[in-house]
Design a protein around this ligand. Structure first.
Ligand code: CA
Length: 229
C-alpha cells in the first residue's frame, strides 16, 4: 500500500484530502505544521508528499528544497495563490506537480495515482535485474558478463563468453562453425572456422566435468555444435 504524507496546516483541507486518499486505498499521515512536515519527510519513507506552500514554522519552499536535496519522493505542491505556483515553478525546486486551491479531491487523487505510477516506472527501470541464463549447473549473467559453473565463478575471455552465451541463449539449436564464426567474430577479423573449434575446446575445459563426454556443448559431427538442454 502506498504511503502518503500531507503537510497542511488547515485541518479541514487536510481531513478532506486524507478521507479521499484513504477511500482510494492509500495510507495517509498528516503533519499540521512545517517543522513536523519536514521532520517526517526526511526521517520516514513516503511514496508521495502533498505539500502546502504557506505553513507555520517552515514553509513549503524550504521543505521542498530540503527534501529534494536528499530524496526523489514525488512532491505535489499546493497553494491558494496562483502567483505562488508560478513563483515556485520558476524557482525550480524540484516539485513534480502543482495545484491551486481549491481543487476537487478527485482531481488530487487522480494526480497522486499518476505520479505514483510514473515514479514506479522510473524506479522499476533503474533497478532492472540483470539478464541471467541458467541451464542446469551453468549460470550466465549476460549483463555483468560473469559465469558460474556449479556455483563457482569461472573466467572467460570476451570471445569465449560471447560464444558460450550465444549458444546457451539458443539451446538445442545446431550451428555450423561458419555460422558461429560470422556471429561472434566480425567479418574483418583474422581467423577462420578453426578459431571456433579452439574456443569451444577452451570453453569446455571450463564448464564440462569430462571434456571427452560434453554435457553442455555437444559436437554434432559433420555439422557443428549445439548447447544441449
Ligand atoms: Ca497553508
Amino acid at each position: 500500500m502506498s504511503k502518503i504524507l500531507i503537510v497542511e496546516d488547515e485541518s479541514a483541507i487536510a481531513d478532506l484530502e486524507k478521507d479521499y486518499l484513504e477511500l482510494s486505498g492509500f495510507e495517509v499521515e498528516v503533519a499540521n505544521d512545517g517543522q513536523t512536515g519536514l521532520k517526517k519527510s526526511l526521517t520516514e519513507d513516503y511514496d508521495l508528499i502533498i505539500l502546502d506552500l504557506m505553513l507555520p514554522n517552515v514553509d513549503g519552499f524550504e521543505i521542498c528544497r530540503m527534501v529534494r536535496a536528499e530524496k526523489n519522493t514525488p512532491i505535489i505542491m499546493v497553494s491558494a495563490k496562483k502567483d505562488d505556483i508560478d513563483k515556485i515553478r520558476g524557482l525550480g525546486l524540484g516539485a513534480d506537480d502543482y495545484m491551486t486551491k481549491p481543487f476537487s479531491p478527485s482531481e488530487l487523487v487522480a494526480r497522486v495515482k499518476a505520479h505514483l505510477a510514473r515514479y514506479e516506472r522510473l524506479v522499476g527501470s533503474a533497478v532492472e535485474e540483470n539478464k541471467v541464463i541458467e541451464i542446469r549447473g551453468i549460470k550466465i549473467d549476460t549483463t555483468a558478463r560473469r559465469v558460474w559453473v556449479n556455483g563457482e565463478e569461472k573466467a572467460f575471455t570476451t570471445k569465449e563468453f560471447d560464444l558460450l552465451t550465444f549458444l546457451a541463449a539458443h539451446p538445442n539449436h545446431v550451428y555450423t562453425k561458419d555460422e558461429l564464426f560470422s556471429e561472434i567474430w566480425d567479418m574483418e577479423s583474422i581467423g577462420d572456422i578453426a578459431t571456433v573449434t579452439v574456443h569451444i575446446k577452451k570453453i569446455r575445459e571450463k564448464i564440462e566435468f569430462d571434456t571427452s563426454k560434453p554435457q553442455y556443448i555437444e559436437t554434432i559431427w559433420g555439422v557443428g555444435y549445439r548447447f544441449k538442454v
